[in-house]
Write a protein that binds this ligand. Structure first.
Ligand code: ADP
Ligand code: MG
Length: 687
C-alpha cells in the first residue's frame, strides 16, 4: 500500500540504499516485509520499554513482565545428557537483588554476553527462590554516541527475524527518520490536501469532516511518535493518525473503482412494471414485512436507475431474503431480461430451484438448474433456449452453484445476478461474476451480519440494504448450553419433540473447510449412535462427501417428514428451510465461531412452534463458555457478529475463503469505526 505521490518520493528507494544496510541485512529486512525506506519507517514496534524507570530486581514478580537493568556478575554454560542438552545462565545484579537468567538448549547465546556487561532484561519470574527468568528478552547496553537512542527514553521493541539485532534495527530506524522525516508528505485526498482547503472552502464543507486531521499530528510527526514517543500515550495518537491514512487510501481505491465503473457501464432497464409481481405476491400466502418492502423499493430504484445496481442485502437468518430475491428477479423478468441466482452449495441451489419453480412457472417464467452434478437443460436445449431468449419471451431464471458461471456457460440477456450467502464467495469471485454479460445488476445477499467496520471496507463499493425485522409469528429460538454428561436427558427431550410431530437436526463440527476423511468417520459413527438414541424414529445423514443424488433424496425425505432427524456437518449451515424442524443439537459447539453457530441455529425457529437449540460443550476454558453464553443471551445477529469479530478477528468471522481482505499496518477493524467513517466522508467530500 503506497500512496501514488509517494512512489516518486525518496521514500520509495530500496532499503539497501541506506548507509549500513548490506546484502545480508537487506535480506533479513525483506523477511519482515521491509523492502523500501517507507516500509522501514512504517515498521511498527511490537511493544515499548520505558527505560527511564526500572523495576528493582527485588520487586520483580511472577505475574507480570517487567524490565530490569543490571550488571552481569557471573555466567556459564552447562551441558548434560552427553552434551545434547544445555543451559546457559547469567546472574544479573542491580544493587537490590540478583536475578538468574536462563536459556535452555541455546548454547550459542553464550557468545553474546560477558561478565561486566550492563544489560536490560524483560520478562517475568518463573521462580522467586532464587529469582529466575527463562528466556527473557535482553539487550546489552553499549556506550558511545548513539547510546541515547536506546537508553533513558521510551525505547521501541520491534518484531525481528533471525540474526537481526534489536539494537541495530532501532539505530537504523532512528537514523533513517533523522534523514527522511522532512520528506514524509501528507497524503492527498483526491487532488487537494485534506484540511486547509476544506476550511478555506467554508460553508459547504463541514468543519468536522476535516476534524480528524486537525486533531491529529502530521503524518511525519506520527511516524516519529510511533517509533520514539515521548509518552506512552503518544503511541495511540500516532497509531490513529497512521490508521486514518490507511483508511483514506483504501476509500480512495474503493470510491474511484466505483466511479470508474459508473462511468463505463450503462444500466439495463430492469425496473419492471409489476405485471408478474402482483400475482406473485397475491399467491404468496403471507404479506411482506415492512423491512422487505423498504428494501424492494431500494432495489427497484437501482434497477430502474442510471447505473447498474451494486447492492448488498443483509438480513439475519430467517428474515426472508429469498422472497426479496424473487421479487427482484421478477422485476428483471417483467423487463424482458434473464436472471441468474447463485448459491454456495448444491443443496441450497436445489432448494431455491424447487421454490422458484413453484413460484415462477405459473407466471410463465422458466426456471433452470445448473450445478456441478445436475443440469436441467442439455446442450441442444440450451441452444434453443438461447434462440428463444434472443427472440423474446419467456424469460428464464437460471439457478445454480458457481458451476453456473464456469465452463463457458454464457447466459444470454442477463439483466440481474443474485448471489446468495455472499460470505461464502470471495470478493474476487464476485468481480469475475458480474464481468460476464453486459453489466447486469448485482444483488448479493448475506445472513452474516457484517459489522459496520467491515461493511465499509470489505464491501465499501456496494450499497447496503438491511432487512431489520423478522416476519411476524416466529417462535423465539431458546438456546441452552449443556455438557456431554447431560446428553441422555437431551436425547429424551428430542424424542419427546419428535413424538409431538416435530423434527430435529444434529450437527457435528466440520474442522476443515471441506469435510475430511476423519470428519466423515466421526460423523458416520455418531450417526449410528443417534440412530440408536432415537429409534424407532428415522434418521438421515448428510455431509460433504455424500453424492448429490443421495443428498437430494435425504433432504426430500426430511422435508416430507419421512425422516425425523438429520445428522449433518455444518454443511447445512446455509439456507436450508424446513419449518417443521424445531430442535437443533450441536456437538462440540466450542469449535464453531459464534456467527456460524447463529447461522446454524437459524435453521430452526422458522415455523410457529417453539424451537430449541442445545449447544453441547465440555470446553474447560471459561472464555469458551463465556463466548457460547452470548448465544444463550441474544438472538440478535449483529450483536453476535460484533462479539465474534472482537473475539476472533475478521478472517474467522467471514470464513477463510474470503479473499481481498485489506491488510492494515495500523488500522484495526474491530476498533476504528470512527476513523473508517471519517475516511469515507473525507474522500467523498473531496472527489
Ligand atoms: P433467509 O433470509 O434466511 O434466506 P428465507 O428467505 O429462507 O430466510 O425465509 C425464511 C422463511 O420465512 C421462509 O419459509 C419464508 O417463506 C418465510 N417468510 C419470508 N418472508 C415472510 C413474511 N413476510 N411473512 C411470513 N413468512 C415469511
Ligand atoms: Mg437464505
Amino acid at each position: 500500500m503506497s500512496l501514488p505521490e509517494i512512489k516518486t518520493s525518496p521514500l520509495a528507494g530500496p532499503v539497501n540504499s541506506l548507509w549500513g544496510v548490506g546484502g545480508e541485512r537487506a535480506a533479513q529486512l525483506a523477511r519482515l516485509g521491509i523492502l523500501t525506506i517507507e516500509d522501514l519507517l512504517l515498521h511498527a514496534p511490537r511493544r515499548y520499554e520505558d527505560r527511564r524507570h526500572f523495576r528493582k530486581i527485588s520487586e520483580l514478580t511472577k505475574d507480570e513482565p517487567f524490565t530490569a537493568r543490571g550488571t552481569i556478575v557471573a555466567q556459564g554454560l552447562k551441558r548434560f545428557r552427553g552434551g545434547n542438552k544445555s543451559v546457559f545462565e547469567f546472574i544479573l545484579d542491580d544493587g537490590s537483588a540478583r536475578l538468574h537468567c536462563r536459556w535452555w538448549n541455546l548454547p550459542f547465546i553464550e557468545k553474546y554476553f560477558e561478565v561486566g556487561d550492563e544489560v536490560f532484561v524483560f520478562g517475568k519470574l518463573v521462580e522467586t527462590k532464587p529469582r529466575t527468568m527463562d528466556h527473557p528478552e535482553t539487550e546489552v547496553i553499549e556506550g558511545g554516541e548513539e547510546s541515547f537512542i536506546h537508553i533513558n527514553r521510551i525505547a521501541p521493541v520491534y518484531p525481528l527475524t533471525e540474526g537481526l539485532p534489536q539494537r541495530w534495527l532501532r539505530g537504523l530506524i532512528w537514523r533513517t527518520l533523522e534523514r527522511f522525516e522532512s520528506q514524509i508528505a501528507e497524503p492527498q485526498v483526491g487532488r487537494v490536501t485534506p484540511c486547509a482547503p476544506m476550511v478555506a472552502a467554508g460553508k459547504d464543507r463541514r468543519a468536522e469532516d476535516c476534524a480528524p486531521y486537525q486533531s491529529l499530528p502530521t503524518r511525519a510527526n506520527a511516524v516519529r511518535m510511533i517509533h520514539f514517543p515521548e509518552e506512552l500515550t503518544d503511541v495511540e495518537i500516532a497509531r490513529r493518525r497512521l490508521a486514518l491514512d490507511e483508511f483514506v487510501e483504501l476509500q480512495i481505491q474503493i470510491q474511484s473503482r466505483r466511479k470508474k465503473f459508473e462511468a463505463l457501464s450503462k444500466a439495463l432497464p430492469c425496473g419492471g412494471d409489476n405485471r408478474l409481481m402482483k400475482p406473485f405476491l397475491a399467491k404468496l400466502g403471507f404479506k411482506l414485512t415492512e423491512a422487505q418492502t423498504k428494501v424492494l423499493r431500494e432495489i427497484r430504484a437501482d434497477m430502474g436507475g442510471a447505473h447498474p445496481m451494486r447492492r448488498l442485502l443483509q438480513g439475519d437468518v430467517g428474515s426472508g431474503k429469498t422472497v426479496v430475491a424473487a421479487c427482484s428477479a421478477l422485476m428483471a423478468s417483467e423487463s424482458g431480461f434473464n436472471v441468474a441466482l447463485m448459491a454456495p452449495t448444491e443443496i441450497l441451489a436445489e432448494q431455491h430451484f424447487r421454490n422458484f419453480q413453484k413460484w415462477f412457472e405459473p407466471l410463465g417464467v422458466k426456471v433452470e438448474l445448473q450445478t456441478g452434478s445436475r443440469k436441467t437443460s442439455n446442450a441442444e436445449h440450451r441452444t434453443s433456449n438461447v434462440e428463444r431468449h434472443l427472440h423474446a419471451q419467456p424469460s428464464t431464471l437460471f439457478v445454480g452453484t458457481h458451476a453456473l458461471f464456469t465452463a463457458g456457460f454464457d447466459l444470454p440477456k442477463l439483466g440481474l445476478v443474485i448471489i446468495d450467502e455472499q460470505h461464502k464467495f470471495g470478493v474476487a469471485q464476485r468481480e469475475t461474476l458480474v464481468r460476464k454479460g453486459n453489466y447486469p445488476h448485482l444483488l448479493v445477499m448475506t445472513a452474516t451480519p457484517i459489522p459496520r467496520t467491515l461493511g465499509l471496507t470489505l464491501y465499501g463499493d456496494l450499497d447496503v440494504s438491511v432487512i431489520d425485522e423478522m416476519p411476524a409469528g416466529r417462535g423465539r429460538v431458546k438456546t441452552f448450553i449443556r455438557t456431554a454428561e447431560k446428553l441422555p436427558k437431551v436425547w429424551e427431550f428430542i424424542r419427546e419433540k419428535i413424538s409431538a410431530g416435530r423434527q430435529a437436526y444434529v450437527v457435528y463440527p466440520r474442522v476443515e473447510e471441506q469435510d475430511t476423511a476423519n470428519d466423515i468417520k466421526a460423523v458416520t459413527k455418531e450417526f449410528e449412535n443417534v440412530q440408536r438414541a432415537l429409534a424407532p424414529f428415522k434418521v438421515g445423514l448428510l455431509h460433504g462427501r455424500v453424492k448429490s443424488a443421495e443428498k437430494e433424496s435425504v433432504m426430500s425425505a426430511f422435508r416430507s417428514n419421512q425422516i425425523q432427524a438429520l445428522v449433518a456437518t455444518a454443511l447445512i449451515e446455509v439456507g436450508v428451510d424446513v419449518p417443521n424442524a424445531t430442535v437443533m443439537l450441536i456437538e462440540n459447539a466450542e469449535r464453531f465461531g459464534l456467527a456460524q453457530l447463529h447461522q446454524l441455529r437459524g435453521r430452526i425457529g422458522r415455523g410457529a412452534h417453539e424451537s430449541f437449540c442445545i449447544l453441547i460443550s465440555d470446553a474447560k476454558k471459561p472464555e469458551a463458555r463465556e463466548r457460547l453464553k452470548i448465544l444463550e443471551e441474544t438472538n440478535d445477529g449483529f450483536k453476535i457478529a460484533e462479539a465474534d469479530l472482537k473475539l476472533r478477528g475478521p478472517g474467522e468471522l467471514l470464513g477463510r475463503e474470503q479473499s481481498g481482505m485489506p491488510k492494515f499496518r495500523f488500522g484495526n477493524l474491530t476498533e476504528d469505526l470512527d476513523l473508517i467513517r471519517q475516511a469515507r466522508e473525507l474522500v467523498r467530500q473531496q472527489s
